[in-house]
Design a protein around this ligand. Structure first.
Ligand code: ASP
Length: 323
C-alpha cells in the first residue's frame, strides 16, 4: 500500500509542476522560425543567440527560415503552432509593432496574442547606399532624392519589415513617399543587389551591413541613433549629418505561442539571459553593432512592454503611409 501511495504522490507532484511534458523540457530539438531569408539581421541574431541557448537547454534549436509578407507569414506559422515550447520565433519591430498598422487582417495579435520570451538585441538603423551613388554625404543624398525621386530604387524586406518601416518613415519625412521600392525575402538578399549596384539604397539594421560598410562595398550616410555605433565609429548620426528628425532604432526578440507551459517559458527566458551574458556571444553581437538588452528587457514583461510602446509610437505614421 505504502509503495502505491508514494508512486501516486510522485505522479501528483509531477503533474502539479506544470505537466509531465514541460517538467523535463526540452526533451527534443526546438524549432526557431526566422521570418526572413538567411543572411539578414534577424537570421544573424537568431543564429548567434540560439547557438548558446542550445548549450544551456541541452537540445538543438533548429532555425527554419520562413519568409514572406514582411515577416508576418513566418510569425503566423510560429504563433499558430502547438503551444508546447517546441516552436518559437525570432521577430522584430516590424513583425510585432509595425504589423498591426500595416496588415489590417493580421492573423495574430502581437499585443495580447503571444507569449513574449525576451529581447535578443537592439539594432540601430543605417541609411546605406550603393558605393558609387553620386551623393558623398547625407545632405547630398537628401537633396538628390528630393530633386529626382523617380531616379532612385529603394530595397526592403516586404511591407511591414523593419527596412520597409524605417525607410517609409524616411521617405515620408523627405516628402517622397512614392519613391520606387523593391521587395525582397529579406535584407540579406537585398544587400547582395546593393553591393552589385542593382539597388540604390536601403534602411537596414546595422548587424547585416556593418561588415560591408567596413569593407567599402557599400556606403553608409548616417546612423539613425542619438549616438554613433562603436562598431562603425566613422558613420555620423543623422543629427550630425543634418537630418535630426530622422531617429529610429529597431530590435529583435523571441516569442512563443500563447499558452506555452510556464516551465518551458522560464527555461527559454533563462537560456536567453545566459546567452546575452556569455562573453563570446556578446562580443559577436556587439562587433556587428547590436545593442545588448538590459536584464529587464530580456524578460517577457519587459519585451511585451516594448512591443506595445513601439506599436503605439509607429501606428499613426504607418497608417498614413502608401503600401
Ligand atoms: N529583419 C529582416 C531580415 O532579417 C529585414 C527587415 O525586417 O527589413 O531580413
Amino acid at each position: 500500500m505504502k509503495k502505491a501511495a508514494l508512486g501516486l504522490a510522485a505522479a501528483l507532484t509531477l503533474a502539479l509542476a506544470g505537466g509531465a511534458g514541460a517538467q523535463g523540457y526540452p526533451t527534443k530539438p526546438i524549432t526557431m522560425i526566422v521570418p526572413f531569408a538567411a543572411g539578414g539581421p534577424t537570421d544573424i541574431i537568431a543564429r548567434m543567440v540560439s547557438e548558446n541557448m542550445s548549450k544551456t537547454l541541452g537540445q538543438q534549436i533548429v532555425i527554419e527560415n520562413v519568409a514572406g509578407a514582411g515577416g508576418t507569414t513566418g510569425i503566423t506559422r510560429a504563433l499558430t503552432a502547438a503551444p508546447d515550447g517546441y516552436t518559437i520565433a525570432m521577430g522584430h519591430l516590424g513583425t510585432f509593432s509595425a504589423a498591426p498598422a500595416t496588415y489590417p487582417n493580421l492573423k495574430y495579435d502581437p499585443i495580447d496574442g503571444l507569449q513574449a520570451i525576451g529581447l535578443a538585441g537592439g539594432t540601430p538603423i543605417l541609411i546605406v547606399a550603393r558605393k558609387n551613388l553620386d551623393a558623398t554625404d547625407l545632405k547630398g543624398f537628401v537633396a538628390a532624392v528630393k530633386a529626382s525621386p523617380d531616379k532612385f530604387n529603394e530595397a526592403h524586406a516586404g511591407v511591414g519589415s523593419v527596412s520597409w518601416t524605417t525607410c517609409t518613415l524616411l521617405k515620408g519625412q523627405l516628402g517622397v513617399p512614392k519613391l520606387n521600392s523593391v521587395a525582397y525575402r529579406g535584407t540579406g538578399p537585398a544587400l547582395n543587389d546593393l553591393v552589385s549596384g542593382q539597388i540604390d539604397f536601403m534602411c537596414d539594421q546595422i548587424v547585416s551591413v556593418a561588415e560591408q560598410v567596413k569593407a567599402g562595398t557599400i556606403k553608409a550616410y548616417a546612423i539613425a541613433s542619438a549616438e554613433r555605433s562603436p562598431a562603425l565609429p566613422d558613420v555620423p548620426t543623422t543629427k550630425e549629418a543634418g537630418l535630426p528628425e530622422y531617429q529610429i532604432e529597431a530590435w529583435n526578440g523571441i516569442v512563443a505561442p500563447k499558452g506555452t507551459p510556464k516551465e518551458a517559458v522560464d527555461k527559454l527566458v533563462a537560456a536567453l539571459d545566459k546567452a546575452l551574458n556569455d562573453e563570446n556571444t556578446k562580443k559577436r553581437l556587439m562587433d556587428l553593432g547590436t545593442v545588448i538588452p538590459t536584464a529587464a528587457e530580456r524578460t517577457p514583461e519587459g519585451f511585451a512592454a516594448l512591443i506595445k510602446r513601439d506599436a503605439e509610437k509607429l501606428s499613426p505614421a504607418l497608417k498614413a503611409a502608401p503600401k
